[in-house]
Every structure is written in structure tokens, then in C-alpha cells.
Design a binder for this molecule. Structure first.
Ligand code: MLT
Length: 389
């Protein structure tokens, strides 16, 4: 039988990081010792007290049944407590918090809750690919708003075309930003709230990297701004903060109508997060946060090492204040980001991510993730030094 695929699935490209995984697999099979600076997947382990909480909870048979759809009460309360402590944002754990199978899952499902066929979803480009893909899967029309170095990778909301604005239902923003490492401050978020109110658009702020910041810098939550909860939600994840990418746990918080609508989609398509993982999440959020600051010291040294070495090669590399990502122009004139990344993989066995994988406005840039050990990073840098592109 020839399987006939939906036009929806045919219209989406293969997932960027799955493609990269496939390319790595091919190289490894041919005997190359590949070093991946591609995906933002921490090499550092989940802190032991969190692993121990999972071990104990996994042995308790009460956790072997279906979890709550909305999320374990203790988990939602821990999320609300953490938001209060970290951002001084008050959340009602009963109506303003829902657990997610990682923030990617919630981001991918959100358009199903808000968007009808033909509605526009705005998102910053370059950006996390799931904003666009989730929109397409819901039958919406993704409209990118370019961000560039000249504007500190903040969107010019006044430049969104009027016809898109009229049909727009949702705006995705993400700071600290993936892939550019850019950060945003209060003035920007105020502008976003005004834009949302003026145009009746829901805002979804992806804050997955709020705890990955250097030199004492503390990124803020979108919800700290007056009026934000009236117009939007924030996605968060334990993945990056506590080195828990494999555990699949995150949360959506904020506007209760939007949170409830996303919860309704989820009730119908998934059955929540393994309760033992949520209990480990409680240990993470309620426990000492020293593990987070210790991590940041390690990451900051890596960032500095990479920036110094690549700048020494004459590459235009600047240190990000936050996130795992170093985002810089393709060092060789006249070649595309994909060709540069391919050459680096072929000649040096090092994976870097082509900027165009994050959208059309990412062309001309390369992203490097600092989530490898010092030893592997040093080896990758040695190989890049010898590279003639
Ligand atoms: C990335 O490398 O952009 C992220 O790790 C992907 C993700 O968070 O799903």
C-alpha cells in the first residue's frame, strides 16, 4: 500500500536536531570520533538529590498509576513557590500551573488550543523550530519576525505587517534567546504586553534558559511585568536548569484561561508526567539551588574558553550573557551556514548548527552549544584551529 500522508506532515521539514543526529550517526559508523556542539543537551549530570528523590519515588507503588492530568498538587505548589522566590511572581497553583512533558511538548501543543485554520502565529526568527512547526500542525499560518544583531536580537513589533496583525492570535518570544543567546529586559517585556493588549494577541514566553546565565546576571520572568498575566503565559523547563533534558518535565504558568485551554488539549492527547519524575521535580525546585550556581561557574569558563579561542582565529564571536549558545556569523565569506557546518563536520568531525536551521533569518550564522566537557571542547577547538575552510 502506498501510504498517503497528510499535507500537514508533508509541509514540515525533518526536525533539525533529528537530522543532525542522523548525520552524526553516519559519521560515527564510518569511524569518526564526532564531537557534537550541536544540541543544547547538558553533559553534566542531574544533581544527586534529584536522582535520589526519583529512586525513592519510583519504588513507591502509588506512583505507578496514571498521574494527574494537571500535574501533581505538590509539583504545582513547588512551581508556584519557586516562581515566588525567584521572580516574586504569585501564581495560583490550582489554576495557573500545569505540568508538561518538557516545555517542547507544551509549545508544540499550544497552537491547537488557540489557533483556527488560517490564523496567524507570530514568532521571532531565528527561533526554536517548534514555534513554527506547532503552528503548521494546528493549521495556522506561521509568520516570522526577524531578529538581528543590529537590534540586539529583539523584534521590532511595530514592523509586523498590518494584514498579519489582524489575523494574529499568538506571539512566541524567548529570552534568554535560543539560538542567539540574547537577553531581554523590562522595557522590552512592557512593549510586548502593550502590543498584546492593542492587538488582542496571546503571548507565550519561552523561558527555558532563565537560569542559564553568567557573571551574576539574573534574567527576569515575563510575568514580572504588570499586565503580563492578563495576556500571556510562560513556558519553563527543568531540563536546562537542573540538567534534566532526558527526564521530560516542564511547566506552563500564567493566564488561567490559556493554561486551562492547553491543559484541555493535553488531557485528550497525553496522560501527564510520570509521578515519580514530578516528585523528583519537587526536590529540584524546593531544594538548595547551589547546584545551579555551581553549574553556571563551569559553563561560564567553557563559554570564555570558546569565545577566546575562536576570536583568536579571527572569528566574530561575542560572549552571551545567558543560554548555552554562542551565535556568530559564518566565519568564511560567501558560504552558507549549511555548507560551513557540513565542512566542519567532514573535515574536523565537529558538529555545529547552521543558523538557517532556526529559520530564514538565521542564515549567515552558526550556533555552538557549550554542553560538552572541557576535554571534548578543547579537542573540538584544536580541530577547529587546524581547519581550513
Ligand atoms: C536546542 O539545542 O536548541 C535545544 O536543546 C533543543 C530543545 O530544547 O529541544
Amino acid at each position: 500500500m502506498k501510504v498517503s500522508l497528510s499535507s500537514r506532515i508533508q509541509s514540515i521539514p525533518p526536525y533539525l536536531f533529528a537530522e543532525i543526529d542522523r548525520a552524526i550517526e553516519v559519521k560515527r559508523k564510518s569511524g569518526v570520533d564526532v564531537i557534537s556542539l550541536g544540541i543544547g543537551d547538558p553533559d553534566l549530570p542531574t544533581p544527586p538529590h534529584i536522582v535520589e528523590a526519583l529512586r525513592v519515588a519510583a519504588g513507591d507503588k502509588r506512583n505507578h498509576q496514571y498521574p494527574s492530568y494537571q500535574g501533581l498538587r505538590e509539583f504545582r505548589e513547588a512551581v508556584a513557590g519557586w516562581y515566588k522566590k525567584r521572580f516574586n511572581v504569585a501564581l495560583d497553583s490550582g489554576s495557573e500551573v500545569v505540568s508538561l512533558i518538557g516545555s517542547k511538548e507544551g509549545i508544540g501543543h499550544l497552537p491547537l488550543a488557540l489557533v483556527d485554520p488560517g490564523d496567524v502565529v507570530l514568532y521571532t526568527d531565528p527561533g526554536y523550530p517548534v514555534y513554527k512547526i506547532g503552528t503548521i500542525l494546528a493549521g495556522g499560518k506561521p509568520v516570522p519576525i526577524s531578529i538581528s544583531r543590529e537590534n540586539n536580537f529583539l523584534p521590532d513589533l511595530s514592523a509586523v505587517p498590518k494584514d498579519s496583525l489582524k489575523k494574529a492570535k499568538l506571539l512566541f518570544v524567548c529570552y534568554p534567546n535560543n539560538p542567539t543567546g540574547a537577553t531581554a529586559e523590562k522595557e522590552f517585556y512592557k512593549e510586548v504586553v502593550d502590543f498584546a493588549v492593542d492587538n488582542n494577541i496571546v503571548v507565550a514566553h519561552d523561558a527555558a534558559y532563565s537560569e542559564v546565565a553568567f557573571g551574576g546576571y539574573k534574567p527576569m520572568s515575563f510575568l514580572e511585568v504588570a499586565g503580563a498575566k492578563d495576556v500571556g503565559i510562560e513556558f519553563h523547563s527543568l531540563s536546562k536548569t537542573y540538567n534534566m533534558t532526558g527526564w521530560r518535565i516542564g511547566m506552563v504558568v500564567g493566564n488561567p484561561d490559556v493554561v486551562r485551554a492547553l491543559g484541555k488539549v493535553k488531557e485528550n492527547v497525553d496522560s501527564g508526567v510520570f509521578q515519580a519524575v514530578q516528585i523528583a521535580g519537587v526536590a529540584a525546585l524546593n531544594g538548595s539551588q547551589k547546584c545551579v550556581s555551581d553549574n553556571m561557574k563551569i559553563l561560564e569558563k567553557r563559554r570564555d574558553n570558546i569565545v577566546k579561542t575562536l576570536s583568536g582565529l579571527g572569528w566574530d564571536v561575542r560572549p552571551p550573557k545567558a543560554s548555552y549558545y554562542i551565535w556568530f556569523p559564518v566565519p568564511t565569506k560567501g558560504i552558507s551556514s549549511v555548507d560551513f557546518a557540513k565542512t566542519v563536520l567532514d573535515k574536523a568531525g565537529v558538529v555545529v548548527t547552521p543558523g538557517v536551521g532556526f529559520g530564514q533569518y538565521g542564515e549567515g550564522y552558526i550556533r555552538i552549544s557549550i554542553t560538552q566537557s572541557d576535554e571534548r571542547i578543547n579537542e573540538a577547538l584544536e580541530r577547529l584551529k587546524k581547519l581550513k575552510v
